[in-house]
Design a protein around this ligand. Structure first.
Ligand SMILES: Cc1cc2nc3c(=O)[nH]c(=O)nc-3n(C[C@H](O)[C@H](O)[C@H](O)COP(=O)(O)OP(=O)(O)OC[C@H]3O[C@@H](n4cnc5c(N)ncnc54)[C@H](O)[C@@H]3O)c2cc1C
Length: 462
């Protein structure tokens, strides 16, 4: 019998923490998991899941419009924000219940409290003040929105956390940020009928994505009526006498809106966690430093998921948890694989992407072939919607391997999940060419782009 209260203590009941705790408990380990808010973490409670439900809600407006071209006579429709919130809350409560029962049914002990480290093997439960010990500790405390305290008036602004529970749907919103969360919420609010302004300091939204995706989405959003301000930032936010907000930008514009939402990145949840007391190292931004096996510099303490600021996505946190289990409890050292992660932006239209952007591939490979198709999807013909899809394959001319695949258009997220398998398997362009098309689909374009649209040699387009 171990001298510790538990074999494993997990701090944080989100995607990564719950997976590590549940699987370790199912193997007969004595496991406890502490959560200070709600089990399910960011993804289930105020991230991926409610966001995707909001995306669905916001798309009906266009579905109703499109239906007319297909012969439907759509009557007057109205939208009830409070009803959406109530339905969303019901669904996330159901999911939270599943997370809890998965833990309990596998024998993990649930602790509803904030937990902080006292030393390398001891944890303090803040609710009761009690301390417990564990042979191994996993920190999976995730991240939180950066509230941009240096911005005058930041306390008048909301973050993505608040956007999920606004008491009323605003008439207008200004969203600061150019990452996927800012872009997705701009599309969600626009689809629900809100007047949306997106402001971003960079030259184009979604800085780490392929340029065709960035520009294509930007154009589509502007076409819909979303205002995008680039190379500018909010300098201060003030309340007006009549209840709304005034956002002043650095270039001197003053914009009146009901709500300002800041989506300016996320910080690791490490403040007050007792990392210093336990001797755990963090980087300059407060993220926990780990090695390839998610081990911190303290041998009994591990960290995984967003708190380590590697790749901040739910499947990555879960994968890191599974690698921790393999390494520590199955005697099978397994380092998380962060290469070729397929991902989506649930904007409207969506982006699905895997592998290198054209710009990054051009820096890494001496010669590339770029296959690019831009077309009107079939559904848009009868609906009359001015909508373009873009598909792009980046091929290393020497090995013939497809090193990047990018899609802008409906269902891009679904398509790129499957492309992710192909790229992971190391497929060549010739494998795409040998694959029979599925007709009529939008995805068939991916296997029918026979000639390169252009080549890039030594980082120069030829
Ligand atoms: C708006 C939004 C949309 C997103 N959309 C997507 C998406 O579409 N796809 C995708 O893959 N990812 C998405 N993400 C990212 C995804 O949610 C995270 O990558 C994922 O949740 C990380 O999991 P985690 O286990 O590391 O942390 P989290 O899920 O954040 O869980 C950490 C948990 O720890 C708890 N906690 C913190 N400190 C303590 C403490 N001291 N004691 C006890 N408990 C503590 C927190 O309350 C939280 O529940 C989105 C995120 C946001 C904010």
């Amino acid at each position: 019998m171990s001298a510790y209260d538990y074999d494993l203590f997990v701090i944080g009941g989100g995607s990564g923490g719950v997976r590590a705790a549940r699987v370790a408990a199912s193997m007969g380990k004595r496991v406890a998991i502490a959560e200070e808010y709600r089990f399910g973490g960011t993804c289930v409670i105020r991230g991926c899941v409610p966001k995707k439900l909001f995306v669905y809600a916001s798309q009906f407006h266009e579905h109703f419009e499109d239906a007319v071209g297909y012969g439907w006579n759509v009557g007057k429709n109205t939208f009830d924000w409070k009803k959406l919130i109530a339905s969303k809350d019901k669904e996330i409560a159901r999911l939270e219940g599943l997370y809890r029962s998965g833990l309990v049914n596998n024998g993990a002990e649930i602790i509803e409290s904030r937990a902080e480290l006292v030393n390398a093997h001891t944890i303090r439960l803040v609710k009761t003040g009690k301390t417990v010990t564990a042979e191994k500790i996993v920190i999976a405390t995730g991240g939180a929105p950066n509230l941009h305290a240096a911005l005058p008036g930041h306390e008048l602004c909301i973050s993505s956390n608040d956007a999920f529970d606004l008491p009323e749907l605003p008439r207008s919103i200004m969203i600061a940020g150019g990452g996927y969360i800012a872009v997705e919420f701009a599309n969600i609010f626009h689809g629900l009928g809100v007047d949306v302004t997106l402001i971003y300091r960079g030259k184009e939204i979604l800085s780490r994505f392929d340029k065709d995706m960035r520009q294509g989405l930007h154009n589509a959003m502007v076409e819909k009526g979303i205002r995008i301000i680039l190379t500018d930032v909010i300098e201060n936010v003030e309340k007006t006498a009549v209840g709304g907000l005034l956002a002043k930008t650095k270039t001197g514009e003053t914009i009146a809106v009901d709500i300002v939402m800041l989506a300016l990145g996320r910080d690791s949840n490490t403040k007050g966690l007792g990392l210093e007391a336990a001797g755990v190292d963090v980087d300059q931004r407060g993220a926990i430093i780990v090695d390839e096996y998610s081990r911190t510099n303290v041998p009994s303490i591990y960290a995984l998921g967003d708190v380590t600021d590697r790749v901040q996505l739910t499947p990555v946190a879960i994968h890191e948890a599974m690698c921790f289990i393999e390494t520590e409890y199955k005697n099978n050292p397994t380092a998380p694989d962060h290469d070729l992660i397929a991902t989506a932006v649930f904007s409207q239209p969506e982006i699905g992407t895997v592998g290198l952007s054209e710009e990054d591939a051009a820096k890494r490979y001496s010669e590339l072939e770029v296959y690019r198709a831009e077309f009107r999807p079939m559904k848009a013909t009868l609906s009359g919607r001015a909508e373009k899809m873009i598909m792009k394959l980046i091929v290393d001319a020497e090995s013939r391997k497809v090193v990047g695949a990018h899609i802008l258009g409906h269902d891009a997220g679904e398509m790129v999940q499957l492309l992710g398998i192909s790229l992971k398997a190391g497929v060549t362009k010739e494998d795409f060419d040998r694959t029979m098309a599925v007709h009529p689909t939008a995805a068939e374009e991916l296997v029918t782009m026979y000639d390169p649209s252009y080549r890039i040699k030594n980082n120069q387009r030829i």
